[in-house]
Design a binder for this molecule. Structure first.
Ligand SMILES: NC(=O)c1ccc[n+]([C@@H]2O[C@H](COP(=O)([O-])OP(=O)(O)OC[C@H]3O[C@@H](n4cnc5c(N)ncnc54)[C@H](OP(=O)(O)O)[C@@H]3O)[C@@H](O)[C@H]2O)c1
Length: 434
């Protein structure tokens, strides 16, 4: 006795997203432990599409028929490709990867001449048979870009826009100049590339954006805004029928602007964001070039840890993790269950551990509890991060000026215990005396 029911999966996921989420979790577990197997499928190259349809019409198939574009070379030997920021860390890695994939004409552009190490890599690439042109110029200058495009030979088929600079600072320390220098390569630069290639028949126009424009990052207001422009430009170009992809990369673990910043990796790890290994980043780039999404975020993140580390959860995040799954503060219970005279010691240890993590210290190194944090190497970004993490663990929003008003760990501890949690010894004793 078999019954058939028809339903619209799209409608189900709109009406009961939690059902779809729990089904996905269950299915992923099944695929991981191999109790579930993907459906049978037969793959045809896109060149054999006619045969694929014939095969389907003859009803010879079991499961799915897949038409694959993967055997069409992404990168052509008879075309040229431009990489802006091509002598930077990611740009150069992409150049090496493209040569491996068969590129024979690459133009690497940047404002400065290549360093000795970069020149050595470029020489190696040239020795392997590729023509590598170093083009000096500023991507935000229309005349520089016009001159570069005029010289590109053979015909340009793809662009990787990887030029960018960082100038992180909290908003009070931002200036129009600092904002401008971060915006220029991304905004004016991407716009120049767009305008000057509108009439060219490109296979790809890929912009290296950042996860900062999706989930934000302390001290990166200028960088988030600059990358948001790339994201918007991708959609604008797509609507015009032009190739466009904006990749919101998380931080690359071993190379590039994030890896070179002190403590950046360990700070982000503490927020549940792991770095992207170079080989994984390049494999993902290849997949993206095949699939051509308009915008895609590549982020290795544990959402629960991340959401526990930020003070405010927006509606955007509520779509990703159910609020009841976000870990609730345990420290409050622990303090309540502890004898009053031991509370300050316990809280101080917790605060000290977090301060150490924010500073990227090894477990064996301890932050001094009496010396002002700023004298121990804390900067304003770290101050905000510590305040955010402490707000999260105690479940209360602490003032933005926490570290300025209470510069040492002991002072922060006393403020939290007395003013915020109302759990100090004196008060308790007075209540008991009454
Ligand atoms: N590394 C990461 O973890 C990460 C994560 C997310 C997104 N991204 C994005 O990926 C791209 C590459 O990052 P990266 O880590 O490779 O940085 P990088 O090593 O600093 O390289 C960036 C390159 O851009 C060039 N550049 C900057 N301004 C320019 C301008 N106005 N005109 C032409 N070239 C310019 C710089 O060379 P000159 O100074 O010589 O001009 C530099 O070589 C950036 O756009 C970045 O925002 C990186």
């Amino acid at each position: 006795d078999i019954s058939y029911f028809s339903f619209d999966l799209g409608e189900v996921s709109r009406q009961t997203p939690e059902l779809i989420s729990s089904m996905f979790k269950e299915l992923s577990k099944g695929f991981e432990d191999r109790s579930l197997k993907p459906m049978e499928h037969k793959v045809f190259s896109i060149r054999e599409s006619a045969s694929a349809f014939r095969y389907m019409a003859q009803a010879k198939h079991i499961g799915k028929i897949v038409i694959s574009t993967q055997d069409i070379p992404l990168i052509r030997a008879d075309a040229a490709y431009l990489i802006t920021g091509g002598m930077g860390a990611l740009g150069l890695k992409v150049a090496e990867w493209m040569v491996d994939e068969g590129a024979r004409n690459l133009v690497l552009m940047g404002r400065k001449s290549p360093s000795d190490e970069t020149a050595r890599i470029i020489e190696q690439l040239s020795d392997s048979g590729a023509q590598i042109t170093v083009a000096n110029g500023d991507v935000s200058s229309e005349s520089d870009m016009k001159a570069i495009f005029e010289k590109i030979q053979p015909s340009l088929k793809g662009i990787i826009h990887a030029a960018g600079v960082l100038d992180d600072a909290m908003i009070p320390d931002q200036t129009p100049e600092r904002f401008e220098q971060v915006m220029m390569p991304k905004v004016a630069g991407a716009w120049n590339l767009h305008q000057l290639t509108e009439d060219k028949d490109l296979d790809f126009f890929v912009m290296f954006s950042s996860a900062a424009s999706i989930i934000g990052n302390s001290g990166q207001s200028n960088y988030a805004a600059a990358n948001a422009f790339l994201d918007a430009l991708a959609h604008f170009r797509h609507n015009k029928g032009l190739p466009a992809t904006s990749i919101n990369w998380g931080h690359w673990a071993d190379i590039g602007m994030a890896a070179s910043q002190r403590n950046r990796g360990s700070r982000l790890e503490g927020q549940g964001i792991r770095g992207i290994k170079t080989e994984n980043g390049l494999a993902i780039l290849k997949k993206i070039l095949y699939e051509k999404p308009v915008q895609i975020c590549v982020l290795d993140i544990d959402w629960q840890t991340y959401l526990s580390s930020i003070p405010v959860q927006t509606a955007f995040f509520s779509q990703l993790v159910r609020t009841e799954e976000i870990r609730q503060p345990e420290i409050i219970d622990k303090l309540r269950q502890t004898a009053i005279e031991q509370r300050s010691g316990i809280l101080l240890e917790v605060i000290r551990e977090f301060a150490g993590k924010v500073m990227g210290y090894e477990a064996s190194l301890q932050v001094n509890v009496r010396e002002p944090l700023m004298d121990q190497g804390f900067d304003s970004l770290m101050a905000v991060e510590l305040r955010n993490r402490l707000s999260q663990i105690i479940g209360k929003t602490l003032p933005v000026s926490l570290l300025f008003d209470y510069p040492t760990l002991e002072k922060i501890r006393d403020f939290i215990l007395i003013e915020v949690l109302d759990m100090n010894e004196d008060r308790q004793i007075k209540v008991e005396e009454k």
